[in-house]
Structures are given as C-alpha cells and as structure tokens.
Design a protein around this ligand. Structure first.
Ligand SMILES: C[S@@+](CC[C@H](N)C(=O)[O-])C[C@H]1O[C@@H](n2cnc3c(N)ncnc32)[C@H](O)[C@@H]1O
Length: 258
C-alpha cells in the first residue's frame, strides 16, 4: 500500500496502468522500430543537449521508455527507468536488451525509490507522469535527493489546465465537471480510463519544485499536447490558442529549503 492514498484510489490506478501497459507488449515490434530513430521534442533537445553528455539519467514513470533511446542518442551514458507496472518495465527492458542500449528498468513505487542518494545527473520525466503522483512534495524531495548537487530536473508535462478543455472538434469549452482548483478528477480517455489523476495548479507545481530545493532555470507553456489519442479527431483545444503542455528545467541547489 502506498503511503499516499488518501482517497483509496491507488491500487485501482495501479491496476489500470498495468492493464494499459499491455499495449507496449502488443506493439512491441512497432516500438522496437520507433526506438531506432525516436527523437525528443525540439524544446527538449535544446534544453537537454548541453546537459546530457556522459550523464547518468533517471526516468521516473518511464512507461514505454521510448524517450530513453533518444536520451542515449543525445549523449546520456545511461538511463534508469522506474515504473510501478511490471508489464511496462519488462517490455522496455526487453527492447533495451534487444537493441543493446545502456537503459535499464526497475519496478518501483514512486514517490519513494529506495535508491541511494545522489545517483543521477539528470532526472527526465513527464508526458503524463506528475498527475498520478498524489504526494508531489514527497516526489520533489525524492528527486532532489536522487540528483547530485548541481544536477538537473527536467519535466515536459500536460499543462494543468488540460483537464478543463473539452476535446470537441468544432469548438472548445471549459468542462463543467472539472475545476482548475480541484484536488483530482477521474480520467475518461485511453489509456488510463477510470484512474484517478491528482491535480495541481501551475503555481503549485512551481512552488513545490522550488520548495524542494531547486532553482528554476526554465518554465514555458506550449500550445501542442504531448500526446493525442489515436482514435480522436483533432480537438479545437489543440488549434494553437490554448496551453496544452509545460516544460520546466530546474537545478538542484545544495540543500532542500526549510
Ligand atoms: C503516461 S505513462 C508514461 C509516461 C512516460 N514518460 C512515457 O512517455 O511513456 C505514466 C506511467 O506512470 C506510471 N506510474 C503511475 N503512477 C506511478 C507510481 N506511483 N509509481 C511508479 N510508476 C507510476 C504508470 O505505470 C505509467 O507507465
């Protein structure tokens, strides 16, 4: 049982993710092909390229782990992916082994990892990660602990306003069943339908990262979502007028703030 389960949804969400992760097994051949050429987004490459040469990278909530191949090609020495889905972990490990790349994967229940302190130069995460974390303070403190002093935390994530956008093709409206200031909502799209997402505002995300002892180097809002469901007609919410993603880069200061 996780220490962060105030609403009793942790186990259900975990099961939903392990079920959803069978997609990585079904589509193994396709992922294998993608891994040979996959690249990060241009803003990710721009920010991370100078930090990755010889870096030991940690990827919490690594999921399918395709980005890990891109991180290696950008110069990372190794990537350690952490995810609580044994299905996701074994599919990603099989692919890394098949391709002979220095990526390894470990079943881990975040926010606590049990890893030694100061093991990473870069923490890379996001693309549907933070929203599953009920204890964001604990998560940020753990990332600070795992990074070497001066190490970098990079997050590319859904904008906290995204749960509010309807996905209608013609016109966007703010969903009446959601609030920007709510603590959580239930996911109603693939792949994690039925799982509980934990919300925080943009200010809360930034203040949590700062409060854990990081200094903020970069924060930007982006109009394109990091992911579009395959069976979804393009939503008006993605036409460039609304924020759909954020990028954040922070550096570990010497000690957590008190
Ligand atoms: C959207 S997916 C993957 C995001 C990943 N960056 C990617 O691009 O594939 C979110 C992942 O978070 C994992 N996850 C959710 N909550 C977790 C937790 N408490 N501990 C570890 N993994 C978790 C799920 O198993 C899932 O693989």
């Amino acid at each position: 049982m996780s220490t962060f389960d105030t609403d009793g949804t942790y186990e259900e969400t975990r099961r939903a993710w392990d079920d959803a992760s069978h997609k990585h097994v079904r589509e193994y051949g396709d992922h294998l092909a993608q891994a040979r050429t996959v690249r990060l987004l241009p803003i990710e490459e721009e920010l991370l390229r100078p930090l990755l040469e010889g870096a030991e990278v940690l990827h919490p909530q690594s999921g399918h782990g395709l980005d890990d191949h891109a991180l290696i090609r950008l110069g990372a020495r190794s990537v350690l992916g952490l995810d609580y889905s044994p299905t996701a972990v074994s599919a990603a490990q099989r692919r890394a082994d098949d391709l002979g790349v220095p990526c390894s994967y470990q079943v881990t229940e975040l926010p606590h990892t049990g890893l030694d302190p100061s093991v990473a130069d870069v923490v890379y995460t996001g693309k549907g990660a933070l929203t599953w974390m009920e204890g964001l303070d604990a998560w940020a403190a753990e990332m600070h602990r795992l990074l070497r002093p001066g190490g970098h935390l990079f997050v590319y994530e859904a904008h906290p306003l995204v749960p509010l956008w309807s996905w209608d093709a013609e016109e966007t409206w703010v969903r009446s069943d959601r609030s920007y200031f709510a603590a959580s909502h239930v996911n109603d799209t693939f792949p994690a339908r039925g799982a509980t997402e934990h919300q925080r505002t943009l200010a809360q995300v930034v203040m949590t990262v700062l409060g854990a002892g990081f200094e903020l180097l970069h924060l930007a809002e982006h109009p394109d979502p990091f992911w579009k469901p395959e069976d979804q007609v393009p939503a008006a919410a993605w036409d460039g007028r609304l924020p759909n993603a954020i990028s954040l880069l922070a550096r570990r200061a010497d000690a957590p703030r008190t």
